[in-house]
Design a protein around this ligand. Structure first.
Ligand SMILES: NC(=O)c1ccc[n+]([C@@H]2O[C@H](COP(=O)([O-])OP(=O)(O)OC[C@H]3O[C@@H](n4cnc5c(N)ncnc54)[C@H](OP(=O)(O)O)[C@@H]3O)[C@@H](O)[C@H]2O)c1
Length: 240
């Protein structure tokens, strides 16, 4: 189980892309999901599937294996308006975005999990922008929930990486160079990345030695493609 990567948030978006990349590479993968049926339809028998709802701590205690290499956490509120929980109550959004991470961290600690938690977050939490104001309006409290989940993970005592992504899209992977840096950036349309390219970065962060206990920002640079070696070098450069 030492090579196994678990994805929480595996049935949609960035987490689904991460699962698809693990499966395509023939790497051992576990999807921690609140709908086992949906996951089975997506992954068949090509990945392990375990039940885990991040708002129900007892299910995470059952799901988490202390020997996984890492957990990629891409959970976000879904359902409702736009399928993305738009205009849900602040409390509901916080229960998933922040509470879900807290419950996962606490379950990891109780289970003696020794791998790395790679947390998907967003750029612009510390940089004023109209984009963040709009996002914080359509998803009430998003900025606080995101900042708080990052701080909770950092103080957890677990190994962690926080990946702050630019604005997400569903365009194809592999057609852009990646800008990876330690600094935060305002949430503006010029800083975008596809979920598939982001998933690749999240997976690389599980094992890369330079990014333990580090925060990084990532979004598309110009046209091109970073090889695995170039991506690893960009992550290594963060250690400065
Ligand atoms: N949107 C942007 O432009 C943007 C920019 C930067 C960063 N981000 C960050 O990206 C993340 C979202 O990524 P995304 O849009 O690719 O994801 P997404 O499509 O919203 O998928 C979220 C996943 O979380 C799962 N989930 C929701 N509630 C759950 C629960 N109680 N227990 C277990 N799993 C649960 C969902 O499962 P179901 O399939 O069962 O619903 C789904 O698989 C967020 O952390 C957000 O802050 C977003």
């Amino acid at each position: 189980m030492r090579d196994t990567i678990a994805v929480i948030g595996a049935t949609r978006g960035t987490g689904l892309a991460a699962m698809q990349q693990l499966i395509a590479a023939g790497r051992p993968a576990v999807a921690v999901v609140r709908s086992v049926e949906k996951a089975r339809q997506l992954f068949g028998d090509k990945a392990s599937v375990v039940y885990g709802d991040v708002t129900r701590p007892e299910t995470l205690l059952e799901a988490i294996d202390r020997d996984w290499a890492g957990i990629v956490f891409t959970v976000d509120i879904t359902g409702g308006i736009g399928g993305r929980g738009l205009f849900a109550s602040r409390e509901r959004i916080r229960a998933v975005m922040y509470g879900g991470l807290v419950n996962t961290v606490e379950a990891c600690k109780q289970r003696g999990f020794g791998g790395r938690v790679v947390l998907l977050s967003t750029i612009g939490l510390t940089q004023p922008s109209i984009g963040m104001r709009i996002l914080n309006w359509v998803k009430p409290g998003l900025r606080d929930h995101s900042l708080d989940k990052g701080e909770y993970l950092k103080k957890s005592g677990l190994d962690w990486t926080i990946v702050r992504a630019g604005i997400l899209n569903n365009k194809p992977a592999g057609q852009h160079l990646l800008d990876i840096s330690a600094r935060d950036w305002p949430l503006e349309m010029r800083y975008q990345i596809s979920r598939a390219d982001l998933a690749r970065v999240l997976l690389a962060c599980v094992t890369h030695p330079a990014v333990g206990r580090r925060e990084l920002s990532v979004f598309w640079d110009g046209p091109g493609h970073d090889s695995d070696e170039q991506l690893a070098a960009k992550l290594a450069a963060l250690a400065g």
